[in-house]
Design a protein around this ligand. Sequence first.
Ligand code: CP3
Length: 364
Amino acid sequence: MSESQVQNGFPQMKNDLILRAARGEVTERVPVWVMRQAGRYLPEFLKLKEDNNADFFKMVQTPELACELTLQPIRRFPLDAAIIFSDILVIPQAMGMIVHMIPGKGPVFPDPLREPSDLEKLKKDIDLVKSLGYVFSAITLTRQKLEGKVPLIGFSGAPWTLMCYMIEGESSKTFNKARKFLRQHLQISQQLLQQMTDLIIDYLVLQVQAGAQMLQVFESHAEAIGYDTFTVCSLPYLKQIVQKVKEKLGPDCVPMTIFAKGAHYAIKDLSQIGYDVVSLDWTVLPKEARAVAPNVTLQGNLDPACLYASHEEICQAVKKMLENFGTQRHIANLGHGMHPDHEPEKLATFIDTVHSYSEKMNAL
Ligand code: CP3
């Protein structure tokens, strides 16, 4: 490859639309990707899983498989970003916790944290390169194999969301055990949240050094708490994460997105702590978010259930969404991830409509 075809040892970018939108630069059309764009709704995902007789974490831990799964949706759809195939629960695993992914049920921790003394079981002085080296290898390999087609997004769970799983031991509607632990053992909870924050900062920096070109932090269980609790157990840590990652990477820093699902009460706060992009779930009105967060790029936020509607209805819903956001400082996405029973053709309609209609709006 000639000098002009490589950037930092990686192939030259052919489409950097999402990076420009994240930085607030003018874009000729709205970039689009979707959470869980790799997954069970794709027949090629199910085939690879079956052919390799692979359980979920084996796929995550095998860089060649994680790379292939990351690339599958990019081959099928004209997406504007890839997201590395991995999971937020690799951080609790690096801390020494066992996590199984049970088909049809989700993550299960056979030995969750229930008492303050349980925290003593967690590993200290974790060598992330040793314990999560497979993520960094998958990122480097995927960045090469993408051949500059679209940018590669790295990610991490946020401390509160990870604490929810570590205490609850499985998915939950209310995460009541985690909320009880927080109330009864505030200081110990804050110690745990800080320990994870430090780890997540290093984890995200290492992902960028391995080749990630954008980062997303998932606070998926902000919906289990309200504003007052959020300012205690989430916001301060989300702020440290973005500020320290940017400080550590300096001029090599990449755009960062925060997705706090259910945190409609904190959009303004989230837009003021250093993230370039605030991702919205589908319950938020785009115009209201724009009014309280005028200086960041907004991501989202079509209701994933819209993809069960007809192609015509999807087109109408996407057009309405684009008109509400406007074509600048917007990254189109769903308000949460794809579901296993979504039809790939419906996602194609979503993506194609974002592209064609936002181009048309820009031409007006
Ligand atoms: O395509 C992508 O978005 C990248 C891969 C990705 C996965 N998980 C793969 C996955 C990403 C970014 C995640 C993040 C993640 N993981 C979150 C945050 C986003 C969100 O959904 O709020 C959370 C909460 C998790 C934890 C997790 N992983 C749960 C609760 C589940 C079970 C639910 C389900 O969909 O089955 C998973 C499993 C999981 N993570 C699958 C995939 C493709 C399904 C695995 C399978 O059964 O084959």
